[in-house]
Design a protein around this ligand. Structure first.
Ligand code: 1CP
Length: 327
């Protein structure tokens, strides 16, 4: 559950009000922040405490994570000359602290660690818009108006994602996740032309390392069939599409991840457990389901409710009637 830490008092105490990019740059702190939700909830995997914009900051793109807003880019990308600011990433030099965090975490964990990167489209949207966006108007104007420049931007971002993911696996991550959080803003045809090729470059470029590859998106119901062609082993689904329907769109041979609505987790515990059980039933068993929320944990979520969700998932056996939990 991404950002599970945000709902925890121990996380808020340790994080304080400091800049999140500074916290990520301190391996001991970042390792502890990675471990906290695993200890508290007993989940089956950890996700590295970092952010999708970390590799961009590391190559000198001015980016700040503003509380309550998200990543803000100091000079947004608009022209060919901006390409020069996307130099290749050298993970051992540029992201030594992230690799150190991974080594520390892996030394202490007894569940797998998931490494991750931002997908080229989602990162490009921050670069072009200058920050979070509702309409992605500038991003879409650039991709349609200057497709050659767009393709060069996402191709460079693919190389950056690939470099960081390969280095994370070499440092000890056992699976990787490519976060294309905002791909759902695109039509299928735009996704296929402007986002899919660069994501495929990243996912297929990880093939030789033999680690499971998870492909995440939000609002991607109409894109699931295309996403399943991008080369991942697991396709993430949000709450808008039931997992049995999603499986038909994704096709045979892929696992699914998802898809409890994070907002539902604010309801009374009994309701949340019922909804979580529905997710488990819709998922079916084969060929694999990673139970997760459809997007990150909301900060106001009660940790006690999440602990009950984890317990429900751990106790669930296929064939369990809705609302009842097998022992
Ligand atoms: O502690 C804080 O400052 C709170 C918020 C926070 C956290 C905990 C941000 C700002 N980033 C993170 C860490 C983070 N980001 C993790 C680490 C693991 C974890 O804590 O669970 C991960 C995997 C991410 C990935 C990330 N960052 C994504 C992809 C997944 C997703 O949520 O869609 C995206 C889009 C970001 C950008 C970002 N960073 C932070 C925020 C609030 C946002 C989203 C802003 C927006 O709406 O555009």
């Amino acid at each position: 559950m991404r950002q599970a830490g945000r709902s925890l008092p121990e996380y808020r105490r340790l994080r304080g009000d400091g800049d999140i990019l500074d916290a990520i740059a301190k391996p001991e702190l970042a390792a502890e922040l990675t471990l906290q939700p695993v200890r508290r909830y007993g989940v089956d995997a950890a996700i590295l405490f970092s952010d999708i914009v970390v590799p961009l900051a590391a190559i000198g793109v001015g980016v700040e994570i503003v509380t309550g807003r998200g990543p803000v880019i100091d000079r947004p990308f608009r022209k060919y000359e901006d390409l020069r600011r996307l130099r290749p990433l050298e993970p051992e030099a540029d992201l030594a602290y992230v690799l150190e965090t991974i080594r520390m975490v892996v030394g202490e964990l007894n569940v797998p660690l998931i490494g991750f990167a931002g997908a080229p489209f989602t990162l490009a949207s921050y670069l072009v818009e200058g920050g979070p966006s509702r309409t992605f108007a500038r991003t879409k104007a650039l991709m349609h108006g200057e497709p050659e420049l767009w393709h060069q931007v996402v191709d460079r971002l693919a190389d950056i994602a690939l470099a960081t993911l390969r280095a994370q696996v070499k440092a000890g991550a056992s699976a990787i996740q490519l976060f294309d959080s905002w791909a759902g803003a695109l039509s299928p045809s735009d996704y296929e032309t402007f986002a899919l090729p660069a994501s495929r470059k990243v996912l297929e470029g990880m093939g030789d390392l033999g680690v499971p590859r998870i492909h995440f998106g939000v609002g991607t119901g109409e894109l699931l069939a295309l996403m399943s062609e991008a080369g991942a082993d697991v396709v993430g689904v949000d709450w808008r599409v039931p997992l049995d329907v999603a499986r038909r769109r994704i096709g045979a041979g892929k696992a699914v991840q998802g898809n409890l609505d994070p907002a539902v987790c604010l309801a009374p515990a009994g309701v949340v457990i019922e909804e979580a059980t529905k997710v488990l039933q819709d998922a079916g068993g084969e060929p694999g389901h990673i139970f997760n929320l459809g997007h990150g944990v909301l900060p106001e979520t009660d940790p006690g409710v999440l602990a009950q969700v984890v317990e429900t998932v751990h106790n669930w056996r296929p064939g369990t009637p809705s609302g009842e939990v097998a022992g």
